[in-house]
Design a protein around this ligand. Sequence first.
Ligand SMILES: Nc1nc2c(ncn2[C@@H]2O[C@@H]3COP(=O)(O)O[C@H]4[C@@H](O)[C@H](n5cnc6c(=O)[nH]c(N)nc65)O[C@@H]4COP(=O)(O)O[C@H]3[C@H]2O)c(=O)[nH]1
Length: 897
Amino acid sequence: MLDKMMNVPISQQQLDLWLADLNLIAGISNCKATLLTWNAVGELSSLLCSDAVVENEIQAILTQLSGRNIANPNPTTTSSAFTTDRYIKDYAAQNTIQDKRVSLSEPILQSSPLEVNQHCTFLSPSQLSALVGEAELITDTQLHPAWCTSIVIGSVIFIPLAWPSGANFGFLCFYHNEPQGVDAKTLQLTKLVGDSIQRQLADILRLHNATESLNRGTPNNIDVIDLQSFIDSFDEHIWMKNTYGIYTLCNRSVEQAWAKQRNEIIGHSDVELFGADTADSYLEGDRFAIESGTPIIVAECLAGAESKPHLWLETLKLPAFNAAGEFAGVIGMTRNISKYKAVEDKLTLATNVFKHSFEGVVVTDRHGNITDVNGAFFEITGYTREELLGQNPRIFSSGRHDKAFFDTLWSTLLADGKWNGEVWNRRKNGTIFPQNITISTIYDEVGDIRYFVAVFADISAQKENEAQLTHLAYFDPLTHLPNRMKFMMQLKQEVRHAKRLNIQLAIVMIDVDLFKHINDSFGHSIGDEMLVELAKRLRGQVAGQDVLSRIGGDEFVVLISGIDSSDDATIAINQLRQVFEQPFIVSTGDHLRLTASMGVSLYPSDGQDAATLLRNADAAMYRAKNDGRNNYAFYTESLTQLSLEHLKLQSALYGAIEQNALYLMYQPKLDLVTRKTVGFEALLRWHDPLLGLISPSVFIPVAEKIGLIHEIGLWVLETACRQGVRWLSDGKHFGRIAVNVAGQQLQRSSFVDDVKRVLAETGLPAKHLELEVTESVMMQNPDVAISDLKRLGDLGIELSVDDFGTGYSSLNYLKKLPIHKLKIDQSFVRDIPFDTNNTAIAKAVIALGHALKLEIIAEGVETQEQADFLLQNKCDQAQGYLFSRPQLPQDLDAFLS
Ligand SMILES: Nc1nc2c(ncn2[C@@H]2O[C@@H]3COP(=O)(O)O[C@H]4[C@@H](O)[C@H](n5cnc6c(=O)[nH]c(N)nc65)O[C@@H]4COP(=O)(O)O[C@H]3[C@H]2O)c(=O)[nH]1
């Protein structure tokens, strides 16, 4: 690092005189002398050498100095009695501050004739001053740690030389090849030469300044105003302190700012005016200006009032020299830079916003060439700044947008000054991504376009979310098949298409039979597993152009296009039915079988629009279900009639209780061995004045669907209990009255209390009541069922599992359930003893029930063979048309004792 140089040429005549002095002293002292200074490029070199000096010795000295520079990078500083030293010492005395040594370092910018020695080294004046200043005389270099490696220099003297301003001029170096060759006497003589050179430097400088002043021309005295008036005309504060730190000059602005008269300022120091602390900081700046020898800027912030902004002042301080080139003090000029500071703050803020924004920012010139980009931009695009500067943003082009898109973008941008929209761009790695971009035009003062600034956010994540939401809106999350909404959209489109091409379509509605039982018995996760597998199998059977959709829990629908007749539809259905042939192996290891009921409607014969076609396929599917499940049915017009009747049924059921349209019939249950009545099952009947007699297996599910089952169930319980009380009061023994409990009734938390209340209100002892709960209902929520049924059992009520065998009972739970009886479902009683399957099941249920210490009752016993078989196989009780159909109470006398 080079220090500042003083550009003062020294004449050859002067150099000759100095050389003569050097030779004289060298001769007297029998030593060698050299004057080291710095040349134009800041290299230390020998300017003058006494006669006996040989080149390699100068080289050795310079090399040694360089080596010392490395070996001793942090030496202490001393300097001779320069003017600046006096300044600082005087300050210390006056302002009680510490004496801090100052090194003024200004290399000399010399003219080329001075460069007499070519052996140069880079050492700044301050560095060299620091190196040699500690010991002016080294009598034996071998004993000196820094010089002990020197071979040619035995003893040496270094005397620094300075300009009047304190700036270094160079060094006088007297040396001898032997130790003790230079001594204290030589040092004295050297100092004499040094003092002489320094005095001459003052003369040289004075002469130089005078010549320069002359060259600049004489000021026109008529126009020149006095110095005070001159500085008073500035708004800036202008002042000067002398070498003792005393104010010698100040302008009006200073007086106003410091609220002091001129005579209160002039002749005073900073300590007197501002106190020691403030003065200390001011003097610090002064010293710095003196040390650097250059103008320095000291910024200062004065806190403003709450409502006002801070006041920022900037003081330019520079060392002053008189015409003789002597240091004369420090000049200061202070100006209010709050305005610029505010702009700077805004700029800093804008830069930080630009730098730290999460959004990518790219700035282009008016030709569209990139001039700046921020950090987020690199992160998003993957390009480095260097790769982008000067480029046109078309390098990001994804190819997704056509020319028309960019034409519109540019015309909007040029017309409105702004454009916002979504653009797909390409990253450096080639991937394309969506951005939301706002491009703004920046104009100059005259309204011409200067820049374009584009701010963009990577909206890949947002797009992904949108896609996911769209997927959720149109696809079933479990099977990923199109959902009902999507299916309807596709169906509508296909219907339009079929209409145009005059072709047929088939819509196949698939409903898994008794799927509820799977969920109830194995849990929903197993149910889900089966649905996923079923969806996979069905997809495998559906042709590419056809649509498969899951439109409900266990409902799928297939749209088959391009069929020519219902026969084609039948072929397609048979293919779909194949997926049910293999068992479903679930994660528990169980092999479960499913069947499904399917309904088909055809376009155009069964409906002209999507909604009608789907509704009719649904009606056909119900028909298939009613026909015994695991079946399929084509839509017929009569099915529409059926659905209409279903609707009528719903509305009629609402008024059934009030209109006394409901009543109970009772079917006896007999002991198979004794043939004695053990109880009656209460079976609900509904006779609607318009619709006629309706079976409970038809209206109970409807009542469950429309939420009437609780009311109806309670009515049945109350009516049956009252009947029991009536029989009891008539002295008739009937065992127990069994009442069917629907799933929804048991799910109600108030169910047990409802039963208790009815028993209490009607007065029927609990030992005469039996509740029949279907297997699937019990398994729906076995833990709740266990606790509720236990409470009922504790009351003395008997509990039986209805329709046993149709669900998927877990034996584990069955063991825990507080039940008394298993009722073999009539579907297993049918055709025994001829149907081998049913025979086996019936036997198994009897064995299982007995193993669990439960009574077994068979329902739907119609023939003597069935009764005999059941008796032989130790079935305890039976119920069925063989013994009696359900009858009104008054017709049951034969079964009451
Ligand atoms: N083929 C044939 N059938 C026989 C024979 N013996 C009895 N049945 C019929 O079999 C059904 C037995 O009742 P469930 O299995 O509890 O099946 C009942 C039960 O689940 C439900 N249900 C009836 N009344 C009520 C009730 O008050 N509440 C609830 N929640 N459900 C009821 O409706 C279903 C049907 O009831 P119903 O039509 O009365 O039909 C009754 C009965 O009339 C026979 O030998 N052969």
